[in-house]
Design a protein around this ligand. Structure first.
Ligand code: UPG
Length: 465
């Protein structure tokens, strides 16, 4: 009998990549497990602790453990999450993380958890954990469709990295769904997954080592959403794959900032387009111009959030400089443009907001479904392209902005057409059927009994490991 099965109380060490797009789903998973009496030790760099404290369910059985990042070249001290880092610094962070093996081993030997649940970057965790008799599980915060498209051993058969042409097509064995190919600009973006930086292993190499060495993989999805893709991963990985379900967030606590609540209150129910691109996705100046002019063309009220990579010091000045001339004056009665963090879940839950124009981040799209906000998708990198195909293609529950295949260019009309399909032409198809499908998925995700069952099953499976 494994130690976990021997005692009723499961103890899990959670160890996400130091990025909030990863930390948040780890927090959500921890919270749902904690409600089943699971003891949680949450490992992170010190600077992330205050924000984690605001969302992690703090019970007597939950603790947050500080893991200082060792100094490495290219990563200024004091930066603890990728939201503060340039892409080059985030690569240096992977190197720093790799240097943390002794520290993590000592910590695990003191904590003595039954399981350690870790992220894509820490490929060395399974080895350390098995030396200590601790089971290790990767938690993938990405969809199964993206994992199965990009991270399967056949992508490098013959030991060669895939080319753009290879990546335009699904890998061998990929299920027959609406995804038969991707555009060239998307495949070019996928090359990142296979690229090693300055001797540091690529995301793909790290992932393959994890698939080989860990005890099981948990994916943040369910069969209802991604059944064929989950089956495909099981066949390709030859590893136990557990599903956490989509981890639908609890209704957010707190109140929407008064200035935003007041502004939104003046518009009719479900009329406002909320447009934002998550925590680490940025648009180029040209894309911002076409997006903003496209929103203007729709004639609808909108709340646009635009962020910039961390190396921009004065973000408000950058924003003012990048918006088209006269734009803010022209739209002042019906448009807000903001840079910085917003209370996304509270905005989506506001009665006036009827549409979420977004990057297809896997948590963001779930938040749109449960808040009855129509989805207009402008995926900009990696898994987002595949999430968007899942929603707009397989599920037919949203619309993707039309783009030029070669370079991904989109114009203002493409933006406006996509929004109007869902927000203006509502008595015609395809809008009627898209909205019906969206509603169906929203109901599924809001069904508390179904969602609770995902976690109850997971807890049983974890105890049985
Ligand atoms: O101003 C903001 C921005 C984001 N959020 C929240 O942050 C989360 C963002 O989630 P998601 O869109 O899934 O993640 P990102 O961090 O934007 O995206 C990264 O992580 C995702 C996996 O979770 C991937 O799908 C994306 O490609 C990757 O860029 C959501 O809960 C949002 O509500 C806010 O509350 N306020």
């Amino acid at each position: 009998m494994s130690p976990a099965a021997a005692s009723d109380e499961l103890h899990i060490a959670m160890f996400p990549w130091f990025a909030f797009g990863h930390i948040s789903p780890f927090v959500q998973l921890s919270n749902k497990l904690a409600l089943h009496g699971v003891r949680i030790s949450f490992l992170t760099a010190p600077g992330n602790i205050p924000r984690i404290k605001s969302s992690l369910l703090l019970t007597p059985k939950t603790q947050i453990i500080s893991l200082p990042i060792p100094p490495v070249e290219g990563l200024p001290p004091g930066l603890d999450s990728t939201s503060e880092m340039t892409p080059a610094m985030a690569e240096a962070l992977k190197k720093a993380l790799d240097l943390m093996q002794p520290q993590v081993k000592t910590l695990l030997s003191q904590l003595k958890p039954h399981l350690v649940v870790f992220d894509f970057a820490q490929y060395w965790v399974p080895k350390i954990a098995s030396e200590l008799g601790v089971k290790s599980l990767q938690f993938s915060v990405y969809s199964a469709v993206s994992g199965g498209y990009l991270i399967v051993p056949v992508r490098t058969s013959g030991n060669k990295n895939p080319t753009v042409e290879d990546l335009m097509k699904p890998p061998e064995g990929f299920p027959s769904t609406s995804i038969v190919s991707v555009e060239r600009f998307q495949a070019e973006n996928f090359l990142y997954v296979y690229k090693s930086f300055d001797g540091s292993p690529s995301v793909y190499s790290r992932s393959l080592e994890i698939i080989r060495d860990c005890d099981a993989i948990i994916i943040k999805t369910c069969n209802e959403l991604e059944g064929p893709y989950v089956d495909h991963m099981r066949t390709q990985y030859q590893k136990q794959i557990l599903l956490s379900g989509p981890l639908v967030p609890e209704p957010p606590s707190g109140q929407l900032e008064e200035r935003w609540a007041k502004w939104l209150d003046q518009f009719p129910s479900k009329s406002v387009v909320y447009c934002s691109f998550g925590s680490e996705t940025f648009l180029s100046d040209d894309q911002i111009r076409e997006l903003s002019l496209g929103l203007e063309l729709t004639g609808l009220p909108f709340f646009l959030v635009l962020n910039f990579p961390p190396d921009f010091n004065n973000k408000d000045a950058k924003l003012a400089g990048v918006l088209p001339q006269g734009f803010q004056e022209r739209v002042k009665d019906r448009g807000i443009v903001h840079t910085g963090w917003v209370q996304q879940q509270l905005i989506l839950a506001h009665d006036s907001v009827g549409c979420y124009f977004c990057h297809s981040g896997f948590s963001s799209v779930i938040e749109a479904f449960i808040n009855d906000c129509q989805l207009v998708l402008l995926p900009l990198k990696g898994d987002q392209f595949l999430n968007s195909k899942l929603i707009a293609g397989d599920m037919k529950a949203g619309v993707e902005v039309n783009r030029r295949g070669e370079d991904g260019y989109f114009g203002r009309e493409d933006v406006s057409d996509a929004v109007k399909t869902l927000m203006v032409d509502i008595d015609k198809d395809p809008c009627m059927s898209l909205r019906a499908n969206h509603r169906k998925w929203g109901e599924f995700l809001q069904n508390g009994e179904i969602q609770a069952k995902f976690i109850a099953n997971l807890v049983e499976e974890l105890k049985a490991l």
